[in-house]
Write a protein that binds this ligand. Structure first.
Ligand SMILES: Nc1ncnc2c1ncn2[C@@H]1O[C@H](COP(=O)(O)OP(=O)(O)OP(=O)(O)O)[C@@H](O)[C@H]1O
Length: 632
């Protein structure tokens, strides 16, 4: 005995399987809902017909719903290859065994099934599945009858009903090989097995099947299959109309464009519908995928690259593989290839649009700019095409980069929306254009401008760069207001802010709060140094250059209010005004309010309001009432 680290006798046993549990699990928890039983029944019939490879006068599948059949059961009768007793034991009665795989266990590419569990989905609507079947090469033997129960047991015997002339199945199997599945509706599932649902579901799943599928209804037989998919209509006019109708049904709105797509390696053709409404990446697109004409699902995810969230596809594919629950596609190399290829086709369409209909591209960009921006960042050719057409927000209005370059050699861009708000107004007043780089992808795109226009210069602007555009006041003026300014500094020292007097446009802006990265770094390091022990604190202190760690309030001497504040005789009022000027600048700056800032804002606002109201109160004042209601 090989030494495997154990002593005693080793026995090898097979797993025990609780069939009821397995059937319950597969039939009730794998599928999205009971409606899919129709898909599995239709699919088995289609596979059986494909394997048989021959046709006769009967349809590939005749569905007789429970409300029109003689015995109150739903009957699915196909003219496929049929099963003999051995087949039934091997394939029908063995969960997970499928005849649709080759000797190597690989799924046959011409068939839809592969897992050997699809029939179990019928247990979502019935307690017993009866299958009566006859193979073409067993014409002299009676058909076999198999009844599978939801508890995992089954019975198998020759079918005696063969002789019963009033059983339609006898006639069906007398005309050729095939299989008849009968399902008695479980209580609560009756509607799913009656004709309105069966017609709707068989059409939903099987409309594009290249086989005849017929549903018997109280009003006669209805052919539900063999429709031409819209994208395969040969007449261009009809094709366009049918595709637009499909797109409207899929998207619930008029499409911007319907683009034919083809991926021969996957035997795939169909349409990519470009949404006519703004779409969000949050509602990532779901796609309608047919496999060999049979609808897999209209909620299949991940068929297109992530950036293409404005695209919804309706396709039919020969070679993509479904997942066992048939709600999605197996994530393999072929699916990856399909995704890339569809992405390329959408991109090529955009490139064509830019070359032939730039106004349409502009329309498209106004709907889907975020997606296109994301795409352009990873695609040099598209970048070259769309970057000149993309609209950007600047402090001089919305414009394109070429329009901007017509007025300046340097394209200035901020890193965030807050920075843009701070510097935009000041620089606009100096006639300097600034692009708002705060929106998704915009900063990165503006920086890529040099790849498209090598002569262009792109510069990032921050609030500290504003300093280059704000002048110091003259010496005489500085002397004139020195003491008033000192008072203002003393007041704002309480909130750790430095104050400087400058003069800049626009004159309407009373003050700017700026803070460079160095000051911010110093403040953070000093905060840490104050928290840690002495040795660490000393170490951090050694790196401190001693510079200011405070933000600076640049009062604008060109602003009439600021000039009046500095000229006031009333020092208390100046103090309040200084706090309010700081508060206003603070709200426009990208800084979080500290408790001290909130308290300052509250105090100064209330005090100023009080003063304003007091000044405006008429001589004949209405007496105030105290909370108790007595008149003072
Ligand atoms: N209508 C039919 N005609 C002939 N054989 C059938 C029929 N229905 C089922 N079978 C046989 O029973 C087997 C199991 O069918 P089932 O629907 O459970 O799985 P499948 O079709 O093989 O795979 P999947 O789980 O992917 O649908 C099939 O592989 C096939 O051999």
């Amino acid at each position: 005995m090989p030494d495997d680290g154990t002593s005693g006798t080793t026995t090898q046993s097979a797993f025990q399987v609780d069939l009821r549990g397995v059937v319950e699990l597969l039939s009730h928890h794998l599928y999205s809902g009971p409606r899919v039983y129709v898909r599995e029944v239709v699919q088995n019939a289609v596979d059986a017909v494909t394997v048989r490879g021959a046709r006769d006068d009967r349809p590939a599948l005749l569905l007789v719903p429970a409300d029109v059949s003689d015995d109150g059961r739903l009957h699915a009768m196909d003219s496929g290859v049929g099963l003999d007793e051995d087949d039934v034991r091997t394939f029908l009665a063995t969960i997970g065994r499928s005849s649709k795989r080759d000797e190597l266990g690989l799924a046959r590419s011409d068939l839809l099934g592969r897992f050997g569990i699809g029939l179990l989905s019928c247990f979502m609507v019935t307690d017993a599945i009866e299958v009566v079947s006859r193979r073409g090469d067993r014409a002299d033997e009676p058909p076999v009858r198999w009844v599978g129960e939801a508890d995992g047991t089954y019975r198998l015997q020759p079918w005696a009903g063969n002789e019963q002339a009033d059983d339609e199945r006898a006639g069906w199997l007398g005309a050729g090989p095939g299989t008849c599945v009968a399902l008695a509706p479980r209580r609560g599932s009756e509607h799913l097995l009656s004709s309105p649902s069966v017609v709707e579901l068989a059409r939903h799943y099987g409309a594009y099947l290249p086989h005849r599928v017929v549903v018997r209804t109280p009003d006669g037989d209805v052919e539900v299959s063999d429709r031409t998919p819209p994208w395969r209509e040969t007449d261009p006019e009809r094709r366009r109309d049918a595709c637009v109708r499909l797109a409207e049904a899929e998207l619930g709105g008029t499409p911007f464009h319907v683009l034919p797509i083809r991926v021969p390696e996957a035997g795939l053709d169909g349409v990519a519908v470009i949404a006519g409404q703004r779409s969000s990446s949050a509602r990532h697109g779901r796609h309608r995928v047919h496999l060999k004409g049979m609808l897999l699902s209209d909620q299949v995810p991940d068929l297109v690259p992530e950036w293409a969230f404005f695209v919804r596809c309706a396709v039919d594919a020969e070679l993509l593989r479904p997942t066992a629950d048939r709600e999605g596609l197996v994530e393999d190399d072929l699916l990856e290839h399909v995704r890339t290829s569809i992405g390329e086709q959408v991109r090529a369409w955009l490139v064509r649009l830019a070359a032939t209909q730039p106004h349409r591209l502009r329309e498209f960009l106004s709907l889907h700019d975020t997606a296109v921006k994301a795409l352009a960042l990873h695609d040099d050719e598209l970048l070259r095409i769309v970057l000149p057409l993309l609209p950007f927000e600047t402090n001089q209005g919305v414009t394109t980069l070429p329009q901007l370059l017509a007025t300046t050699d340097v394209v200035r861009v901020t890193q965030s929306i807050d920075d843009f708000r701070q510097v935009g107004a000041v620089l606009a007043a100096q006639g300097v254009a600034v692009v708002n780089g705060g929106y998704t992808f915009d900063l990165a795109l503006v920086h890529r401008l040099v790849d498209v226009r090598p002569d262009a210069v792109v510069e990032r602007v921050t609030p500290t760069d504003v300093e280059g555009h704000v002048r110091f006041v003259g010496e005489e003026r500085a002397r004139e207001v020195a003491s008033a300014l000192d008072e203002v500094r003393a007041v704002l020292d309480a909130v750790q802010v430095d104050v400087e007097l400058r003069s800049y446009a626009p004159a309407t802006l009373p003050a700017l709060l700026v803070e460079d990265d160095a000051a911010q770094d110093r403040r953070e390091v000093r905060a840490v140094a104050a928290e840690v022990d002495d040795a660490w604190g000393a170490l951090l202190g050694a790196f401190d250059d001693g510079g200011s760690d405070r933000p600076r309030l640049l009062l604008n001497d060109a602003n009439p209010t600021v000039r009046r504040v500095l000229a006031l005789d009333d020092a208390t009022l100046r103090g309040l005004a200084a706090e309010t000027l700081y508060g206003r600048a603070l709200l426009a700056a990208p800084r979080r309010l500290r408790p001290a800032d909130s308290a300052l804002l509250d105090r100064s606002f209330n005090a100023l309001l009080d003063r304003a109201v007091a000044t405006a109160t008429p001589a004949t004042e209405t007496p105030a009432t105290d909370p108790e209601g007595t008149t003072r």
